[in-house]
Design a protein around this ligand. Structure first.
Ligand code: DHB
Ligand code: FE
Length: 305
């Protein structure tokens, strides 16, 4: 069809919009339908392809995988880059880089003061101690900041989504002490992979791609008067470090890992093998009225601790 014929039918469809339409939703739907009509024409999409695409999305919805397909296609990272740009336009610079939340946060994790042990002691994995400070843009420590941390186990699985793990295993909210310090003991995570043969996996296979993330630890860091930070650190040396299926690895988020074999330090933790140690500070930006909200409302899993 030529562009004029396509425009004619698009205009007729848009004119069906009533005067009480939600203007924002209408603008988005009109644009989406317009772009998809042109895609169907340009790529000569056949009816069978259209219906199979629709059924694919329906199945991904039923199996709860749309939240996995979005990062896999780069949407989450793109939204991060747009938020970076909005902050830059508002004069916000520096600080700890953000990176994607992912779909596996669970609200309601136990709250600990200053330090916590995240693992329930039943899982395999190298012992990891991570600690640091939460600071403001001037480098001053932020006491009573909240560091929400969550990560996968040594099989790459997250508690709650993996019902074999205890409730809130590898998930805590840690409140910083008077010097802005947080500290936790846990086990080394392994990179998550999308469920085998699920909708995301099958889509990525069609693109000759893998569905694996490098090992990482998620954080929400918040403090009164400051913009909430959503970020992750990556475990240095992971083979997928710069080959993340979700495109979320960023410079500044790959801290060095130290192996501690000092006998007294090992004894203090009750371990008989060297353990991994990571030091990482978070720098938050002060609230700013002319920048978009850093805290993103979205549907999340939630259980009472
Ligand atoms: C996905 C999984 C993660 O652990 C993560 O951090 C981001 C995305 C995913 O399954 O899409
Ligand atoms: Fe993750």
């Amino acid at each position: 069809m030529d562009k004029i014929q396509i425009d004619t039918v698009l205009n007729r469809i848009e004119e069906a919009t009533g005067q009480h339409a939600n203007p924002r939703i209408a603008a988005i739907v009109h644009r989406m339908v317009r772009d998809l009509f042109h895609m169907i024409e340009d790529l000569d999409i056949q009816p069978e392809e259209f219906w199979s695409g629709l059924n694919f999305l329906a199945e991904a919805g039923r199996s709860g995988e749309l939240g996995l397909i979005a990062p896999g296609l780069g949407f989450d990272h793109f939204l991060d880059l747009r938020m970076d740009e909005a902050e830059s336009q508002a004069g916000i610079a520096g600080g700890t880089p953000r990176t994607i939340e992912g779909p596996l946060y669970v609200a309601g994790a136990p709250v600990a003061q200053g330090e916590a042990r995240l693992d329930d002691g039943t899982g395999e994995g190298e012992v990891l101690v991570m600690e640091g400070q939460v600071k403001d843009g001037a480098g001053q420590p932020l006491a009573n900041a909240v560091v929400e941390v969550w990560h996968a186990n040594a099989l790459g699985n997250y508690s709650y989504f993996d019902p074999t793990q205890s409730a809130f295993n590898l998930r805590r909210s840690i409140v910083t002490d008077g010097e802005g310090r947080y500290r936790f003991r846990s086990i080394m995570p392994v990179g998550y992979s999308v469920p085998p043969n699920g909708a995301t996996d099958r889509l990525l296979k069609q693109l000759d791609r893998h569905g694996t993330r490098p090992a990482h630890i998620h954080f929400f860091v918040s403090a009164p008067g400051h913009r909430k930070l959503t970020t992750q650190i990556n475990i240095d040396g992971d083979p997928y470090l710069w080959d993340d299926f979700a495109f979320a690895t960023r410079e500044g988020l790959v801290p060095p890992i130290t192996r501690v074999s000092d006998a007294a330090a090992m004894a203090a933790l009750g371990v008989d093998k060297p353990f991994a140690s990571i030091r990482f500070d978070f720098t938050l930006h002060a609230d700013q009225a002319n920048a978009p909200q850093a805290e993103v409302a979205r549907q999340r899993a939630s259980v009472a601790a």
